[in-house]
Design a protein around this ligand. Structure first.
Ligand SMILES: Nc1ncnc2c1ncn2[C@@H]1O[C@H](COP(=O)(O)OP(=O)(O)OP(=O)(O)O)[C@@H](O)[C@H]1O
Length: 684
């Protein structure tokens, strides 16, 4: 991308910037004839004209020599682009995730009372379910007695069946009450566990190293936080409610069957090991299918989240069609996997039902023989049959529950996978410098740094940099040479590979990170992002305890008070998602107020005025000039015209300071800085 961007027209640069995958379709060509169709195809792809000054430059890139016609190129670009976006997600999702019993127990432990009551109620319901067929059997036998008495005496009393009917009614009523209890208690348990899990994961994500976020997609994380926790919660409730009840029912029913007829029970149960073996085998297959299906759903939702959160870019590049195609493709893959999973579960359930129904038919057949020989009463056969059918239904239910538990396990494991990650141990120290003695002198001493996500690329290389207390130091230099990285290290988003960074002579590694970021350093970034709440709340984000008066004072310092006042709702105006309802200059000034409200001794400005028009820039600049007074300031300068008055300007190249001095001193040297100033003047 960098080589292309050097010889591209700016529009082309954007093209490559916003479609990273095109980057990988690098080609080598010295001939216009090869290039023309490619340029045409890019135009087809973009559906609008596009300037390509790059075409005649012989690019020496490591890549493929492609000789392709216009339309295939467009398709290749499209296909490759979508693939690389989701390939990354697939790599994330391919990581094995496990949920151990001890983790599950630690989730349940705080709410164990709810579980105990629910389990007891579920067991009691199951016990009643076992008793009911026996009562039905008693009823049939009592009725048979009445019929016999009627046929012998010509009349009969209904008195013998009344106690049995009473027992049945009481059992059904108790069953209803217990069902209410266990379902309610399980719901509470499930909801509380899900809330804990969600909070645990969110808290962990908030504190993980920045390196983690370099490798993860936020939409993927949000899918784990919401979709997977939801799935885990629902299936946990169902699994416990149905699983425990049906399991208890199966065991109890078997005991009842043994009491009625051990011989027939033995015959009936002979088939169970077969069903269990088939179940275990199917379980293994279905578990892997379930994991793939859920990963695929997460990938599809990540694609849509990404498109929706970047909707302006999608629209600006007329990429709605392609985003839709990419989303459809991933949704369709997920649908196929879910359908296969459904079919697998259905096959398993159908198969086990067939076997279980076979049991019922066999019981009827064998039972009739026993009745004929007087070894079994009709009532016992009735009880046996109903009990055997209860077992059959329970086992069928267990197989459904198994499918649900499988999904819950996969979802829970996906959540736990991230909730278990630990921030680096060296991350937080205890030291705080008392505010009234804090000077704000910063020093980088022989600092080397590579980003953990790209260890082969050395970004800072023996950097020595001093920012004296109360002075303004500006960093400038070509793009990608490490200026923002210096700020990231000072904010302790990353730790230096070697060397140290000191504040008032003390190594910042031992300092408390929250104190450093929250109280000492105020950061105004290049593209400030606001939260979708009121202006006052956005400013107060810099100092949550700030009074209305302090918020207004910060807004005045940031040149923002007058435009805020001009809005009908003043400080209560809602700014929209990421501050989209404000202009760039307004957003900047709110961000300046947000940094100033905590009155930080050190201010970092990732210079932000380049995208503003002259009037906005003047207002923001005035605000910054006021903001800088009496503080130690480190500026990352993109427009050199804004740093003439800095106490010191450092030119960063190759990850180190290659020149330093005041504006006038550096101009006199006629070296890199002078060349940069000259180049910018020409550009302006
Ligand atoms: N999170 C990251 N993971 C891996 N590499 C990164 C990361 N952030 C930046 N880099 C790389 O580190 C190098 C220095 O980037 P940095 O943003 O510090 O440069 P810069 O001088 O501030 O550039 P610019 O003036 O364009 O903002 C670049 O090569 C960049 O690709």
């Amino acid at each position: 991308m960098m080589i292309l961007s050097r010889c591209c027209h700016s529009r082309a640069f954007n093209l490559f910037l916003f479609k990273p995958a095109i980057n990988s379709l690098v080609f080598v060509s010295k001939k216009l004839s090869t290039f023309t169709p490619i340029v045409n195809s890019i135009q087809v792809f973009l559906r609008r004209p596009f300037h390509a000054h790059l075409v005649l430059k012989p690019l020496r890139l490591s890549g493929l020599a492609l000789s392709i016609s216009a339309v295939p190129f467009a398709r290749a670009v499209e296909c490759k682009r979508g693939s690389s976006r989701v390939d990354h997600l697939r790599q994330i999702d391919a990581r094995e995730a496990h949920l151990s019993l001890s983790e599950l127990a630690s989730l349940i432990a705080p709410h164990s009372l709810w579980l105990v009551v629910a389990v007891v109620a579920a067991f009691m319901t199951a016990l009643l379910n076992i008793q009911i067929p026996l009562f039905l059997g008693e009823l049939i036998d009592a009725m048979a007695e009445i019929i016999k008495e009627h046929s012998q005496l010509g009349a009969a009393s209904l008195a013998p069946i009344s106690p049995v009917v009473m027992k049945l009614v009481a059992s059904y009523a108790a069953q209803a009450g217990l069902t209410f209890i266990y379902i309610t208690f399980l719901s509470v348990l499930g909801e509380r566990m899900a809330a804990d899990l969600r909070k645990r994961l969110f808290n962990r994500l908030l504190h993980l190293d920045m390196t983690f976020f370099d490798g993860e997609k936020t939409a993927e994380l949000s899918s784990r936080l919401n979709v997977d926790v939801q799935e885990f919660k629902s299936s946990f409730k169902v699994t416990i409610a149905q699983g425990l009840r049906t399991l208890a029912q199966v065991v109890g029913c078997m005991w009842s069957l043994c009491r009625i007829s051990p011989r027939m029970t033995l015959f009936t149960m002979a088939v169970l090991p077969v069903i269990i073996s088939i179940g275990a085998f199917c379980g293994l297959l279905l578990r892997s299918l379930s994991r793939r299906a859920q990963s695929q759903t997460a990938i599809a939702s990540t694609v849509s989240d990404e498109a929706l959160s970047n909707i302006r870019t999608v629209r600006a590049f007329a990429m709605e069609g392609e985003e839709m195609r990419l989303f459809s493709r991933e949704v369709d893959k997920g649908t196929l996997l879910h359908e296969a999973l459904g079919a697998g579960i259905g096959l398993f359930q159908g198969g086990s039902n067939l076997l279980l129904n076979g049991i019922v038919v066999s019981v009827l057949y064998g039972g009739s023989g026993l009745i004929a020989t007087g070894k079994l009463s009709a009532g016992d056969l009735m009880s046996f049959l109903v009990t055997a059918q209860t077992i059959q239904k329970s086992l069928a239910q267990l197989s459904i529950t198994f499918g649900i538990a499988l999904k819950g396990y996969t979802a829970g494991a996906r959540v736990i996978q991230f909730a278990q990650l630990v921030p680096s141990e060296s991350y937080n120290g205890e030291m705080k410098i008392p505010y009234h003695t804090l000077l704000g002198e910063i020093a980088f001493e022989n600092v080397d740094f590579t980003y953990p996500s790209r260890p082969e690329h050395i970004v800072l290389n023996g950097l020595d940099l001093k920012v004296p207390a109360g002075q303004v130091v500006a960093l400038c230099g070509p793009s990608g040479e490490g200026k923002s990285t210096i700020v990231s290290l000072l904010e302790r988003f990353y730790e230096p590979s070697t060397g140290k960074i000191t504040l008032d002579g003390k190594d910042i590694t031992g300092m408390n990170v929250q104190w450093l970021r929250g109280k000492v350093i105020g950061l105004i970034s290049q593209e400030p992002v606001l939260f979708a709440t009121s202006i006052a709340e956005n400013i107060r984000y810099g100092a949550p305890g700030a009074s209305d008066h302090e918020v207004e004072r910060a807004a005045r310092l940031a040149n923002a008070h007058s435009f805020i006042q001009s809005f009908p709702h003043g400080y209560n105006t809602i700014v929209g998602e990421r501050g989209a309802q404000l202009s760039g200059g307004e957003r900047q000034r709110i961000a300046i107020a947000r940094a100033l409200v905590k009155d930080p001794p050190i201010l970092i400005l990732d210079e932000a005025t380049s995208a503003l028009d002259t009037e906005s820039e003047r207002l923001v600049r005035d605000a910054l000039d006021t903001a800088m007074r009496g503080r130690t300031v480190l500026i990352i300068a993109h427009r050199l015209s804004t740093i003439h008055n800095a106490n010191k300007i450092c030119v960063i190249r190759g990850g180190r300071v290659v020149e330093e001095g005041t504006h006038d001193e550096l101009l006199k040297k006629k070296s890199i800085y002078a060349a940069l100033v000259a180049a910018q003047k020409t550009k302006d």
